[in-house]
Design a protein around this ligand. Structure first.
Ligand code: PBG
Length: 330
């Protein structure tokens, strides 16, 4: 039956797949995906991470292979995390020129450094025996300014090894300024900083702490990472401060539970904005899918589209290689 008056029919544009594809407002491209990768010193075989099916702690060799696959799929960048054989209170392995991250970065830059962006996470938690992101005071608090010196040293070591983007994730005040100054003083004026500006103290980092073997041995990170219930203005302030300190791009982390923040950040700044779909976001979808409770591939794509739509220019995701392969075909 025909309506007696002109009925609005938005469904006309949804009827066929080509029609939906043509009018889609949010598209994903492999080049805006960034793959987080783990390399572990002193292992002979890649080691699967229980809480992140499909993700591995790599050997230097298996890391190279996985990076090649990512490059082949058109993934835009990778970000490297390293697990050293020995840890100490100051995280010495982090800026050791022979440290695992420095060695692996050199491999990756020579292998794929012309096709994708090779980035390093700059923090101390993977390298400290206490698992905190900085140097501790005798009372067991993280000492902000003592930590800045260590971050500067780690960033310079990573840049010397060839890292093409430095990504400080420790949430110390002044970390971007300290790292920028150290990079410039060492001749790395051209190396950009992607600042983890807005980073919440999230339950969703659980699986990562297994992957990077960096769970705090006491306490938690709430005294430096942001409170999920904290004022929204605090997130925007962190962004402004990082830009004043010289950040070239900013990040919001986690992604899915903070899409409101991501949108506000996107509207505030004119630099590229990244969002980190963290380990717990990955684990939740994989676990539900393994139980047959959700459609894995659709859930992955829906989550990435949502993050993109909220305003991310780049997305860090453990699914980067797989998704890059699939979206080429779409
Ligand atoms: C800290 C760091 C963490 C993640 C990235 N960088 C862990 C933390 O803050 O405890 C988490 C990433 C993820 O969960 O996927 N160096």
């Amino acid at each position: 039956m025909t309506a007696q008056f002109p009925v609005a029919r938005p469904r006309r544009l949804r009827r066929t797949a080509p029609m939906r594809r043509m009018v889609a407002g949010t598209r994903l491209h492999p080049s805006e995906l960034i793959l987080p990768m783990f390399v572990k010193e002193g292992i002979g075989e890649p080691s699967p991470i229980g809480s992140m099916p499909g993700v591995f702690q790599h050997t230097r060799d298996s890391l190279r292979k996985a990076a090649h696959e990512a490059a082949e799929a058109g993934v835009g960048g990778l970000i490297l995390f390293g697990i050293p054989q020995t840890k100490d209170a100051r995280g010495s392995a982090g800026d050791d020129p022979a440290g695992i991250v420095q060695q692996a970065v050199a491999d990756l830059v020579s292998d794929v450094g012309d096709t994708m962006v090779v980035m390093t996470d700059t923090c101390l938690d993977e390298f400290t025996d206490h698992g905190h992101c900085g140097i501790l005071t005798p009372e067991g608090e993280v000492d902000n300014d003592a930590t800045l010196e260590r971050y500067a040293a780690v960033a310079v070591a990573q840049a010397r090894a060839g890292s093409q983007v430095i990504a400080p994730s420790g949430m110390m005040d002044g970390q971007v300024a300290a790292i920028r100054a150290a990079l410039d003083a060492d001749g790395f004026e051209q190396v950009p900083i992607l600042a983890y500006s807005v980073k919440y103290a999230s339950a969703l980092y659980g699986p990562f702490r297994e992957a990077a073997e960096c769970a705090p041995q006491f306490g938690d990170r709430s005294a430096y990472q942001q409170d999920p219930a904290g004022p929204v203005g605090e997130a925007l302030r962190e962004i402004r401060l990082d830009l004043q300190e010289g950040a070239d791009a900013v990040m919001v982390k986690p992604a899915m539970l903070y899409l409101d923040i991501l949108r506000q950040v996107r509207d505030l700044v004119d630099v590229p904005v990244a969002a980190y779909q963290v380990s717990g976001e990955y684990a939740m979808i994989e676990a539900a899918a393994a139980n047959g409770w959700i459609d894995r591939n659709r859930a992955i794509m829906e989550s990435l589209v949502a993050i993109r739509r909220a305003g991310a220019d780049m997305i860090l995701t453990y699914w980067a290689t797989e998704v890059a392969r699939n979206i080429w075909r779409r």
